[in-house]
Design a protein around this ligand. Sequence first.
Ligand code: IVH
Length: 716
Amino acid sequence: MNKIEIKKRIEKLREEINRYRYLYHVLDKSEISDAALDSLKNELFKLEMEYPEFITPDSPTQRIGGEPLDKFKKVEHSSVMHSLFDAFSEEDMRDWEERVIKNLSSQPPLLIRRGGAGGEVGYFCELKLDGLAMNLKYEKGAFQQGSTRGDGRVGEDVTNNLKTIESIPLALRLPTESELKKIGLAAAVIKKVLASIENGVIEYRGEAIMTKKVFEELNKKYKKEGRPLLANTRNGAAGSIRQLDPKLSAERKLDFYVYALATDLGMETHEQEIQLAHLLGFKTLKDVKFCRDLDEVFSFYKHCEAKREKLPFEIDGVVVKVNNLALWPVLGVVGKGPRYMMAYKFAAVQATTILNDVVWQVGRTGTLTPTAMLEPVHVAGVTISRATLHNMDEIKRLGVKIGDTVIIERAGDVIPKIIKNLPKLRTGKEKEIHVPKKCPMCDGEIERVKGEVAYRCENKNCYAVNLRRLMHWASKSAMDIEGLGPKIIEQLMKEGLVRDASDFYNLTVGDLEPLERFAEKSAENLVKAIAERKVVVLSRFLYALGIRHVGEESALLLAAQITNSQIAHKFTNKSVLTISEVSKYYQSLSLEDLEKLEDVGPIVAQSIYDWFRDKHNIELLEKLEKAGVVIESQKLKVKSQNFTGKTFVLTGALESLTRDEAKAKIRELGGDVSSSVSQNTDYVVAGADPGSKYDKAVKLGVKVVDEKAFLSIIRG
Ligand code: IVH
C-alpha cells in the first residue's frame, strides 16, 4: 500500500471500529465478536504506530471506554476506572516485566521484594472475567451506589439493577480483629479498615457476569418465546445491567466477583485487598495465585487455560498484577491502563485478514470446492493461510470478493472458516469470484450438478490423476517427504488444502492441526519434513515432476545433461539453481537436442519437449519456485568408469546399506540401475529374501552376486 492507501485504510478502520463500538456499548448489540474487533483494532494500532502522522485524537486507539448512556444518571468516579494492556504471548509478558524492572530500577531492592515472599517483584494472578466492570460504593457499610465504567471517568448509575445481584452484599460484613490480623494487616490498618466500614466510604470494583448456565437457560426460554437470542454471556450481562426496569434485570440472574479495592485503606499487597473483600462479604475468585516469577505465572496461565471450558463462567485470560501496592504509584499509569497490571489473554479464535485469492479444488467425485487463500494471520496460537468456502452459495451468502477484509474463525478442532465479510472496508479494487470455465486440474468441461449448488469437472479421471501425481511427488524416490503418505495426501486434497505440489510447501501447522489424524506434534513434524525437502537434487526434482516416460534413470540422464550446458558453471558444489533457470534450460532444448541424449528416443524426447511447454506445467514450476523449492548441485559426473555400460538389478534386503545408497554407489561408478531383469542385465544383487527377480536371473543365466560380493565389486 502506498501512503494515500494507508491513510484511507486507517480512516476506514476507524469508522468501522467506531460503528461497532457504538452498537456494542451504547445499543448493546454486537455484530462481530470481540476477537474480530480486537483484530481490526490491532491492525489500526500497528498502522498508527508506523504512521504516527495519521493519528487523530478521536481514533479508537486513543480512548478508554464507551460513552455513558443517557437513560441513567451519570456518576463521576472517585478515581479513573482504567482498562488493561493486553499480552498475547510469553514474550509479551517478558517484555512487560522488563519494563516494570526498568521503571523500578531506582527503588531500593527491599521495597521491590516486599510484595512477594523472596521473589523479585511478585505477582498476584487472577482469572480475567469476561463481563462488565462495575464500581460499588459503600457508605457506613451500606451499598450506596453502583456504577458502570462508562468512559473511565464518568459512568452510569445502575445501583438498582446491581442490587438485584445476590452476590453483591447490600451491607458489608464486619470482620473480627483476629480475621484481619490473619491476613497480615498491621494494627493501624486494621483500625482504618474498621473505621471505614463503620463510618466512612469503601469502594470496591469488580465484574458483573452472566454464568454459562444462566445464558443457556435464558436463550432456551427466549427461543421458545420467539424473542431475539443473547449473543454471548457478556452481552447478556450488559443487557441486564442496562435495563431501566430492575425487575427485568433480576430475571437475568447475574453474578459478581470483586477484583480491586478503589479506596486507600493502607494495605500492603493486592492479595490483602482480595482477602479483605472476602472478609467483607464479597464473592472473590477462587482461582488466584501468588507467583514469585514469570515461570510460575506461565504455569498458572496454562492451568487456567486448561480449566477454561469447565469453569461456570467465561474467561478470556489471566490478569497479572504486581502484588506490592507500594510499587503501584512508582509504576504509574500510561494511556489506557496501569503499568503494574497486565491482561495475559488467551489466544483469540477469530481474526480479520484479507482474502487474497480463491482456488478451486477438484474432489473425488469431480465436485469443485472453493478454498480461500488468505493473508496469513495468527489465530488461537497458529498461523492460518487458508479457509474453506464450501460452495458458490456460501460465497454469495457471505457476499465476499477477492481483496475483501474478512473475519475468520478457528474454533477448537474445526477447519478455519470465513464467517463474515466486512464490505465497508472495500477500496473498489475487489474482484468478483467466478466458477472457473474449465477444470483447473485437467482443463475438462465444468457443469453445474442438476438440482445442486455444486459444479463438477466432467473428466472422470481428474481426481485420481491428481492424487496419483501428488503421491508420486512425495514418494521415496522423488521428493522423499517423510510422513506424507497417500492417506494424508488424500485428506489434504479433500480439505482443499492441497491442489498441486506447490501447496505442500505453503502448509502451516495451523492448517493441519484441526484435521483428523493430526495433533500439534504431528502437524509440526509434517511441516518440518516438507520444509526439509525444499532443497532437492535435480534428478529427483525432474523425476518428481512426473513427466511421462521419464523414470528415475532418464531423470538422472536428463539432469546430467545440464552439467554440459552454459549454466553448468553455476552448478558447483556450493551454489543452487533456481527452478526458472532449470526450466529455461530445458525449454531451450530442441527436439533434436533431446533425442541426442543417451537413451532418449523420439517418444521420450517429445514428452519432455511438450511437458516444459505446457501452460499448467509452467504455472506449477512458477508456483514451486515461489514456494521456495530450489535445486541443489549433484555429483553427476561419474567418478570412475568401472561400471560404464553395466546394468544392475537389486533384489532382497541389503544389510550394510540401503537400496538408495546402493543405487547411488552404482551410478557413481558409471553403472545403471534397472528395476527389471532382462538379457541386458549384467548383475543381479541379491540381498536377504530375494524376490522373483532372483528366479528370473537364474532362468536367464544372469550373474547373481550376494551383498558381500557386491561390496567388494564396488570397492574395486
Ligand atoms: S483489574 C485498571 N482484574 O478486564 C483496571 N480486571 O480488559 C483494573 N477484568 O476493565 C482491572 N477480570 O473489567 C481486573 N481479575 C480482574 C479482571 C479484570 C476481568 C476486566 C475489567 C477491566 C477489563 C480490562
